[in-house]
Design a protein around this ligand. Structure first.
Ligand code: ZN
Length: 261
């Protein structure tokens, strides 16, 4: 909160015109030009403090400003220091890409780049963040899919347990903070309330389970492979759909163009 200009003036021992002290316009001797302290000017008070608006001005030398300027000038400290005194240090917002640690950056192939060229890295932060997010999304989908496969296995407690250990281990290797906890948190939700990655993971997980079930082969390597294959199939499918849509849009554009011509 802003300090009161009258209190600041009192604190620094300014000489007040007693008749105006505490009024909306409080007058005092100017400590900056000291013009009103010259012989024969005992009755003059050139600084006017506006105790409502918390501003000041010397009618002689013209020095003026707000209460923080006032205190900065009186104390000789930089303005920023006075600001900090009353408002604390203002934290600069940190770009989310800056919060990624060295291991996380290495995972998505940006660690070396950051180390070697800090300035270029700063300019690429949006791309770094996009890369991290897409890595995170893919890992979430795949791990959730594996989790779904495990959840579907029946009457094979030992196997189920082994697979679960494997997934927990794999989660720890991803550099995604609390990945396994995030899987659990989505798993306990109603299916319709799950995050996009969990929905996608559910779809892949069910398909992977079917593949494994058809041969009754729930070896972890197989499950991981199936999930990976299905994930990429789904991705390809999406890409193809996108291409089809783009082509459709282009042909509509072309039609429009030819109609216009
Ligand atoms: Zn002055």
């Amino acid at each position: 909160m802003l300090p009161e200009i009258l209190k600041v003036a009192e604190e620094y021992g300014l000489t007040f015109n007693p008749r105006t002290h505490g009024k909306k316009e409080t007058l005092c001797k100017c400590v900056f030009c000291e013009e009103d302290s010259k012989p024969g000017k005992g009755h003059k008070y050139y600084i006017s403090l506006n105790t409502h608006d918390q501003v000041f001005k010397c009618w002689y030398c013209g020095v003026s400003g707000g209460v923080l300027d006032f205190e900065a000038k009186l104390s000789g400290l930089p303005y920023s220091e006075i600001r900090t005194k009353y408002f604390g240090i203002r934290k600069k917002p940190v770009h989310p890409a800056e919060k990624l640690n060295a291991r996380q950056l290495r995972t998505i192939g940006w660690a070396e780049y950051k180390r070697k060229n800090r300035i270029a890295f700063n300019k690429s932060r949006e791309i770094v963040l996009r890369d991290w997010k897409s890595y995170e999304y893919e890992e979430l989908v795949k791990h959730f899919a594996m989790f779904i496969v495990i959840a579907h296995i029946e009457n094979q407690d030992e196997r189920q347990n082994d697979l679960l250990q494997y997934v927990m281990q794999s989660c720890r290797g991803t550099q995604i903070h609390l990945l396994f906890n995030r899987l659990l948190a989505e798993y306990v939700k109603e299916e319709a309330d799950r995050a996009d990655w969990a929905m996608e993971g559910t779809k892949i997980g069910r398909a992977a389970w079917k593949v494994a079930f058809s041969t009754y082969d729930f070896e972890m390597d197989k499950v991981v492979l199936n999930v990976a294959i299905l994930y990429h199939m789904l991705k390809m499918d999406k890409v193809q759909k996108l291409e089809v849509e783009t082509r459709k849009m282009n042909s509509v554009e072309n039609d429009k163009m030819s109609l216009a011509n």
